[in-house]
Design a protein around this ligand. Structure first.
Ligand code: 6CS
Ligand code: FE
Length: 274
């Protein structure tokens, strides 16, 4: 269950690690069958694309037992504890559904700035675990990343200018304050000159992999994904674990628990399978 020294070395050097055939065909089949049961109509947990299709389903474990067990999977928790070097709790849980011909892009960004600035988490002692629910490649919007950028800390943001007019999701006014962290026009993206420098230096990796594959990646790693121009869905589960010694400190205007978790006790229950 634990990662090998070679895997740990690769992650520490590059900021990510891909392992194929991590969950079985059967487990992936169950997760795909259960996916529609994680959607509550009109819930703020559900983020829509401009075209009305679902972009993200946050906190699927709130209403689905199978996805709750997935968040406690031994094959997720033990390696994440190893990579963080401490006991962990679940910080954020989402299913990013990039539907065929409908799913929008994610501009180049780092994740940690959102957790540091929006949630007040001090250090990037965090790990995101991305599970592929379908075969994924460049045609259906596979994640792109620039290796080694996790070592740069929070980098200079692109100047996106004033917010682009009124929000397009009138039916989601309840979470209007958070959409610029979650929609296809996210507020903290990477300065383009810096992005070009690092792309020339370290290259861009397209993380194509079969369903059942897993990607562990660091909160400061540069990453993005394209719109899905194929007719094939690209759904992925993303679970972010955080060290129990690195809790959110934003008590002024904390984001809701479907974005920042609420149970800060160390994950003890470990599921051998979903
Ligand atoms: O705001 C957040 O927590 C989310 N937003 C982005 C762009 N990445 C990290 C996280 O999923
Ligand atoms: Fe991200």
């Amino acid at each position: 269950m634990d990662l090998t020294t070679a895997q740990l070395d690769f992650y520490n050097e590059n900021g990510y690690l891909v392992i194929e055939n991590y969950l079985s065909e059967k487990e992936i089949e169950i997760l795909n069958l259960e996916l529609p049961k994680t959607i509550e109509k009109d819930s703020p947990r559900i983020i829509l694309e401009d075209n009305g299709t679902v972009r993200s389903i946050f906190a699927p474990h709130f209403i689905n037992e199978t996805y709750l067990r997935l968040s406690r999977l031994e094959r997720f928790v033990l390696p994440s504890r190893q990579l963080i070097g401490n006991d962990i709790y679940l910080h954020q849980y989402k299913i990013n559904t990039k539907k065929g011909l409908k799913g929008d892009w994610w501009e180049w960004h780092q994740d940690f700035p959102y957790w540091h600035i929006d949630d007040g988490i001090k250090e990037p002692e965090m790990i995101s675990v991305m599970l592929y629910l379908q075969d994924t490649d460049s045609s259906n919007g596979a994640l792109l990343l620039i290796p080694k950028t996790h070592k740069l800390g929070i980098v200079k943001f692109a100047d996106k200018g004033p917010a682009k007019g009124p929000l397009k999701y009138t039916d989601h006014l309840k979470n209007r304050d958070y959409l610029s962290s979650l929609n296809a026009d996210i507020k903290f993206t990477i300065d383009h000159d810096l992005l070009k420098d690092l792309a020339i230096k370290n290259g861009i990796v397209t993380v194509s992999a079969k369903k059942g594959s897993i990607l562990f990646f660091h909160g400061n790693l540069f990453h993005a994904s394209n719109i899905n121009l194929s007719p094939f869905d690209r759904d992925a589960v993303l679970i972010t674990y955080n060290s129990i010694n690195n809790l959110p400190t934003n008590t002024e205007n904390p984001r809701p628990e479907y974005l920042v978790g609420s149970d800060y006790s160390p994950i003890q229950i470990l599921e051998p399978t979903i």
